[in-house]
Design a protein around this ligand. Sequence first.
Ligand code: PBG
Length: 326
Amino acid sequence: MNAMSLHLTHRPRRLRRTEAIRSFVRETRLTPDRLIYPMFVCEGEGIRREVGSMPGVYQLSVDEAVKETAAAKSDGVPGVLLFGLPASKDDAGSKASDSQAPVQSAVRAIKREVKDAVVFTDVCLCEYTSHGHCGLMHGSDILNDATVAELVKAALSHAEAGADFVAPSDMMDGRVGAIRTALDAAGHDQVGLMAYSAKYCSAFYGPFRDAADSAPQFGDRRSHQMDPANVEEALREVALDLAEGADIVMVKPALTYLDVISRVKREFNRPTAAYHVSGEYAMLKAAARNGWLDEERAMLETLTSIARAGADLIITYYAREAARAL
Ligand code: PBG
């Protein structure tokens, strides 16, 4: 025995000696099969327009969205989440339920051309309204129940096109139950519901609003998205959505709400998704581009932390890059 040796019963470093040993005791495994890749679908053909604040993310026409889904699939990413960029917007967001609009067309094309791709569609009015709000307005108020009726129409049009899951992101009260009831009544009992249940009013959606041209023209989203200070309220939102028939519940954003993900998973133990949002992606891209971070390590550490917190599914613009790195 070396004179310098301590008599230690526990030496945690014994389990960190080699990669094989570290791997034996690894508690969280990030795998591509839990990733969902968000995409922005626009009108036209052959269009791939990069989003300024989101390097590597593009507005894609339907034909390009099909190619991108196929590429994601071959990287090992099983699912995509579609957002629509309509050619025109109006007060009522009427293009949201137009069967010929980009999302509905992309769903049909992807389901036809990319075998086994799981297609999720975002259901909200903000990409479709001229004022950029998530619902129908009366003065500066968003009308809850009238908006829910429009969301139901949009969700039905996505189901009709062949979506596997619809994902309401609007945060209106009662929309999950209304959509579930309408889907069932129309014979879409196999179409699932992934609810943006605890969606916070976050500064990290900034780049998304550039990508979707959906920033509110006046006011903000505080009357429906959650206050960043609250977690008990998130649990109540999740409980409501589960009671109304949500198959998967979501916390959004991810990194600044890891505690919320953890509580939701522990308290309900139901399929839980986390959305690593545009601003979280943009931060890493910006630092990496400046040479301030090792992008691959930072990306994998970030996504691993979201999984470790309790997320089963992770929605991330890094899905393809992460899948390739894994
Ligand atoms: C609303 C919606 C938003 C995001 C997803 N769905 C934007 C918002 O609430 O303003 C943000 C996603 C992201 O930032 O990556 N339809």
